[in-house]
Design a protein around this ligand. Sequence first.
Ligand SMILES: Nc1ncnc2c1ncn2[C@@H]1O[C@H](COP(=O)(O)OP(=O)(O)OP(=O)(O)O)[C@@H](O)[C@H]1O
Length: 430
Amino acid sequence: MIRLFGVESYFTELYVRDNDASQRIILPAKAIESLTAMASTTIRQSGDMIIACMLLFQSQMSGYQVSSGEFVTYQRLLRSLVRDTSQIIYLPNIYRRFAKSMEVYRQYTDIEPEAPLVIEDCRPPPNWPHAGKIEFCDFSLRYREDLDPALDRINLTINPGEKIGIVGRTGAGKSTLVKTLFRLVHGTTSGTIRIDGLDINSMGVGDLRPRLGIIPQESTMFSGSFRRNLDPLREYTVEDMWAALIKSGIAPKVSPPRVRKDGSVDDDEYDEYYEESKAGADEWWAKSGWMMRLLLLLILDWPQKQKFTRHTPLHGLDRIALSSSQSFSDGQQQLFSFCRVLMRKRRVIVLDEATADVDLETDKHMQQLIRNEFSDLTVLTIAHRLETVMNSDRIIVMDQGRIAEFGSPQELIDAGGMFADLIKTNDFGA
Ligand SMILES: Nc1ncnc2c1ncn2[C@@H]1O[C@H](COP(=O)(O)OP(=O)(O)OP(=O)(O)O)[C@@H](O)[C@H]1O
């Protein structure tokens, strides 16, 4: 079983499990991306025979002994990357690229797993976090013993549903503060962080990270379809995906809007198509006999795949997201991350606001979305723009790893301290 997990987080975890060997590999998201791109553009032949031949060939050429566990691992990794079953004639070329992919793969498999995925005795309840209260109690962190603390005695309580802006000059500790919520920083720590009463250090990272949402500044688009980008674990329905795409305003990138005869663009059609196609597909499903339903479920992956492709012009989910004709700005990539978070519906969301590269229009749109869609969720935003901060309920001003100020925007302006200075100089660490 190979699972991609936490695509929207700073890292992607790849789990590989089989009868003989079981291991967890943590890869930076970009590494998975390059590994996938390398393999999927060059290895176009799937099937056990070819993979087995390549592995045997490789082991003979290099004298490297492939263990049975490793064989199954590679085989499964490749099967997840390979789709097209043609182009066998390119085998020598394929082999060369394959060997390179494996080299990269081996390098990453040497990385030590960081923390247990699950601690059986300390599993949070399924609905955790149910409210979104965050408490830092005397929390300090040093990346290395010889360095100054990146976080220094942080005491902080964030209430459920609060919108918190985090500001401070570059190197002040803003990213470290939010990364500690995901346990993504490694170093010496003291103190505790609790979310809805549970110490996040007591549980496995597999129970922690998927329960929180993150929209990183550098959101990543993967090769493969829009569907894979939005839902790598195949957890959501097509309806969920379209609802999120429409809400976030990024639907036209997935399925371009219809152009009317007079040349104007029909922007309103998404909602109509969505409703229409949903009704059409439901009707079709209801009319099908049990034999047909079974066939659809077994062979055609109904309803995840076929439902909308058969019944609607909104079929773009299966299009390749990254292609020569399709590129995405930083803001658009963030909107895709936003869609993932919208589908997941987590109580705590971290947003690393995009910097000056994102146009004001997209920025405004994101702010609007946060107000509308995340109104009852706890949202922590590392803010790089004055407009974002002024919409927060409270603002944390970080300075040299400490919380220098914490209060509502007006309170901090009236206090005339660091926040008032940041506004004057407009230095929000962008
Ligand atoms: N991996 C690391 N190893 C060692 N020190 C680090 C590491 N990451 C960050 N630091 C240090 O920790 C401190 C806080 O860094 P952090 O990235 O949290 O600041 P920031 O406020 O987010 O800055 P920016 O706005 O530039 O992103 C800095 O002094 C930084 O040099």
